[in-house]
Design a protein around this ligand. Structure first.
Ligand code: NAP
Ligand code: MG
Length: 403
């Protein structure tokens, strides 16, 4: 078979620990034999980030802006232990944070569903994709504990020095707490555009919810911005695609989500997204089956797995012990990126290859061949636990049959 040709390079961001091992196995077993891979390689492994004073992370984000599609391996976000372990010059920032800030994007997380692994909410037969706004609110707050007798006010000084004051509370009979939150229109607008673009891209309805009945200025601003952008820029495109934008109150949304069968995108404010993404991920069964894509408002895409570098498995691997690490989310990051590259460059054979590789992966698990994490969850009768590499080889057997 002749290898599939590419036109534009894919931005490839390598990473750390067990996922770095998996990265190479995926490429060697499932990509390079079939695709004449054109990639611009950036090594975001912690050692090289340290060597380049983290410049490589910035370069990889600029390359993503230039070419439009990236695939990223999980990376270590250094903490004090890692500074010692890797003898770092500095406690470098989270690569995901750096890349997200440069691309101004929104993260969409979606579960991969397979037979044998039933979600805790059994009616969820289709994926629920969570889009979390990643700026402001309680994550950039100012807060105080205030003593009894305090009067607390919200004060805004405009550029001409005029002050607007509003009383928050007079703490006459008890000490208490206060908190100042903010968000900016520009960030909310970007979030809205990312969400609407992604809905069009994946042909799914999109739901958005806030508490605008209680928060008549703050949350209401989110609702208004979404509505304005939708009406002005997306309504016709949504009609043509046969999909819907649906706004409701956050508590109503939660009730509807639980009763639903899935198959839509749920856009969440920052805090709601933090909480609900963990709820949804757990309900679908395994973090190792959760994909993640960062989409910017101008239409660049960075695909990755939602999980981290699986450190505990890596230390076993280093000791020469056998591992059974799930590579599915990382594999789907590759297929997502290759398919998107194929779509943008008009390469239908590359898109078809990505589809078949995903199909082969799901078929492998549904045939009962799986890694340890899924083995514990799967209700299939004839299931077999395999090691990290055996799983990818089993996928390859099925892929060959599909090609
Ligand atoms: P993690 O790597 O996601 O792993 C947590 C645990 O979840 C693992 O110990 C493992 O459980 C299970 N698990 C996760 N992915 C799995 C997979 N593919 N196959 C099988 N089991 C899997 O999170 P962490 O241990 O908190 O973080 C490790 C490092 O990853 C940290 O340095 C952190 O900074 C980084 N991180 C990076 C990203 C990213 O780049 N996007 C995201 C999160 C964390 P068992 O050990 O019980 O088998
Ligand atoms: Mg959370």
């Amino acid at each position: 078979m002749e290898k599939i040709k590419m036109i534009t390079p894919l931005v490839e961001m390598d990473g750390d620990e067990m996922t770095r091992i998996i990265w190479k196995l995926i490429k060697d077993i499932l990509i390079l034999p079939y695709v004449d891979l054109k990639s611009e390689y950036y090594d975001l492994g912690l050692e090289y980030r340290n060597e380049t004073d983290d410049k490589v992370t910035f370069d990889s984000a600029y390359a993503t802006k230039k070419y439009g599609v990236a695939v990223k391996c999980a990376t270590i976000t250094p903490n004090a232990d890692r500074v010692k372990e890797y003898n770092l010059k500095e406690m470098w920032k989270s690569p995901n944070g750096t890349i997200r800030a440069i691309l101004d994007g929104t993260v969409f997380r979606a579960p991969i569903i397979v037979k044998g692994i039933t979600p805790y909410i059994p009616t969820w037969t289709k994926p629920i994709t969570i889009a979390r706004h990643a700026y402001g609110d309680v994550y950039k707050n100012t807060e105080m504990q205030v003593p009894e007798g305090s009067k607390c006010e919200l004060v805004c000084t405009d550029k001409d020095g005029n002050e607007i004051r509003q009383t928050i509370h007079e703490f006459d009979s008890s000490a208490g707490i206060i908190q100042g939150l903010h968000n900016i229109d520009q960030s909310i607008q970007s979030f809205a555009r990312c969400c609407f673009n992604y809905a069009l891209d994946t042909k799914q309805d999109i739901w958005f919810a806030t508490k605008d009945t209680i928060s008549k200025k703050y949350d209401h601003r989110f609702k208004d911005i979404f509505n304005e952008i939708f009406d002005a820029e997306y309504k016709e495109k949504f009609d043509a695609a046969g999909i819907e934008y649906f706004y409701t109150l956050i508590d109503d949304a939660v009730a509807r989500v639980v009763r639903s069968e899935g198959g839509y995108i749920w856009a969440c404010k920052n805090y709601d997204g933090d909480v609900m993404s963990d709820m949804v991920a757990t309900a679908y069964g395994s973090l190792a089956m959760m994909t993640s894509v960062l989409v910017s408002p101008d239409g660049t895409y960075e695909y990755e797995a939602a999980h981290g570098t699986v450190q505990r498995h890596y230390y076993k691997h280093l000791k020469g012990e056998e591992t059974s690490t799930n590579s599915v989310a990382t594999l789907f990051a590759w297929t997502g990126a290759l398919r998107k590259r194929g779509e943008l460059d008009g390469l239908s054979d590359l898109c078809a290859f990505a589809d078949k590789l995903e199909k082969a992966t799901i078929q492998t698990i549904e045939d009962g061949v799986m890694t340890g994490d899924l083995y514990l969850l799967s209700k299939l009768e004839n299931k077999k636990k395999v090691n990290t590499e055996e799983f990818l080889l089993a996928v390859n057997d099925r892929l060959k049959a599909l090609l």
